[in-house]
Ligand binder design. Structure first.
Ligand code: ASP
Length: 327
């Protein structure tokens, strides 16, 4: 077992939510607790013996109605490193008829007494619906264009470890904001923690309610990146597009793809991030994505495991369960 005792250091903290369905509803204190705990798990994950028994006797089910590489694997690893029993259920979204089928699935799983259900679903709101039907704690691993809270938490941990803080940083989120749950969760978290958020995208890739999200909007990359500390690039999510949202991929890269010339408008020590999967040569120059002096894309993956361990940990502490205080 890993020679690290997290629970004693953090026993004074209490996570007052039964589920983690979004950043919406979390307080800055909740976020700080999760990031501090995750930071300790980064250290545990770098040891030779990575295993602890925080989740011993607990059952975690990964229920993914949409494909995933990073998120599903890192939740699986997180659950196993904490000593839990982890089961992966991959459901092809095409075989799912929403509504009754989703609830049927939830009830079937509920009967097996899992402690945590980690759910990804193509429809916004589906994870919340499922959480209302089961006894387990539910973690949203991405629901449609709505939220992807653990991605925003892992991005925040990556930034905080590199820059020392989140407040007063200027973060430019660039690309397909319209279809991105990553953007929505990040905008909320960064605003809550005192960062300044800019979004940079063509008009066709911005949601209609962008003015209500508390961000500065830019349509020109050089303008949007000027003086920023962090450049977060997003994938063109063609699987969510009906028809074309950009004239051509070549033109998109020319105007909105991140390359060294456009990055030169940001601060000299600005970091480049991407949640993955990356479309090299579409939203980001391939060589820049691999430049370890500028890009923290691989570090984001490492932080993902630690953040998911922290989320599983806080949700399975017995005093976290308070059904009247669902998030
Ligand atoms: N992996 C992220 C998500 O699940 C981002 C992406 O797919 O582009 O939303």
């Amino acid at each position: 077992m890993a020679n690290i005792s997290l629970s004693s250091d953090l026993s004074a903290f209490r996570f007052p939510h039964r589920h983690l369905l979004g950043i919406d509803g979390l307080s800055p204190e909740d976020i700080t607790l999760l990031l501090d705990l995750a930071d300790a798990y980064v250290a545990q994950n770098r040891q030779r013996d990575k295993k602890s028994d925080v989740l011993r006797g607990r059952t975690v089910i990964n229920l993914f109605f949409e494909n995933s590489t990073r998120t599903q694997t890192s939740f699986e690893l997180a659950g196993k490193r904490l000593g839990g029993d982890v089961l992966n259920m991959s459901v092809s979204s095409s075989s799912i008829k929403k509504g009754e089928t989703l609830i049927d699935t939830a009830m079937t799983l509920n009967a097996m007494h899992p402690d945590v259900l980690i759910v990804r679903h193509p429809d916004a709101g589906a994870v919340q619906l499922l959480s209302e039907k089961v006894n387990a704690s539910v973690i949203n691993a991405g629901d449609g264009r709505h939220e992807h809270p653990t991605q925003a938490l892992l991005d925040a941990l990556t930034i905080k470890r590199r820059k020392g803080h989140l407040d007063h940083l200027t973060v430019a989120i660039s690309g397909d904001i319209l279809h991105s749950r990553v953007a929505r969760s990040n905008i909320q978290l960064l605003n809550l923690m005192g960062a300044r958020v800019r979004v940079v995208a063509p008009l066709t890739l911005l949601p209609a309610d962008i003015d209500r999200l508390g961000v500065e909007v830019h349509h020109d990359m050089r303008e949007g990146l000027t003086g920023c500390d962090i450049v977060m690039m997003l994938r063109l999510q063609t699987e969510r597009m009906k028809g074309m949202f950009v004239p051509s991929i070549r033109e998109y890269f020319h105007f909105f793809g991140l390359d060294r010339e456009k990055l030169s408008y940001a601060k000299p020590d600005a970091l480049v991030m991407h949640p993955g999967p990356m479309n090299r040569g579409v939203e980001i120059d391939s060589e820049l994505a691999d430049d370890i002096d500028r890009s923290v894309i691989r570090e984001q993956v490492e932080m993902g495991v630690a953040v998911r361990m922290a989320c599983l940990d806080v949700l399975t502490r017995s005093d976290a369960i308070n059904p009247s205080d669902d998030l």
